[in-house]
Design a protein around this ligand. Structure first.
Ligand code: SF4
Length: 132
């Protein structure tokens, strides 16, 4: 992956449907917050009933904790994920359906659609809502 951050606005314009924020976000060991009152720290970020991460602002389609998002979110590269290719071609109802559709949809690597980098170090650009 390039050093720049993926331009998520460009991804939404391509039709990614912010599917990455429906994936399971499993914390690295050193990324976990201590549990309250001695409880075991959570292993994953909670999901809302609609399948999206609880930190995704549904109106703006933005991460509410962008600056402090988990390391796995920082490291994830949608451009190397086959699910992106299925998402931009087939749409996304939910992550299970997307995974099934992706398995049935061969897309040659030469035809992969890439989301451009935004050219910034680690900040989202253009925090305006986009249509998707
Ligand atoms: S923490 Fe932020 S970047 Fe990570 S899945 Fe949730 S909304 Fe997306």
């Amino acid at each position: 992956m390039d050093d720049s951050v993926i331009d998520c606005d460009a991804g939404r314009r391509l039709g990614c449907s912010t599917f990455c924020c429906r994936l399971r976000v499993r914390f690295y060991e050193d990324d976990r917050s201590p549990g309250k009152d001695g409880a075991t720290p959570k292993g994953c970020v909670d999901k809302a009933p609609d399948g999206f991460c609880i930190h995704l602002d549904r109106r703006a389609h933005r991460c509410d904790i962008w600056e402090t998002r988990p390391r796995v979110c920082r490291e994830y590269d949608c451009n190397s994920d086959y699910l992106l290719q299925a998402a931009v071609r087939l749409g996304v109802k939910n992550i299970v359906q997307l995974s099934r559709d992706a398995q049935k949809t061969p897309i040659h690597k030469a035809d992969w659609i890439k989301v451009p980098a935004c050219g910034c170090a680690d900040e989202p650009v253009n925090r305006e809502k986009t249509n998707d």
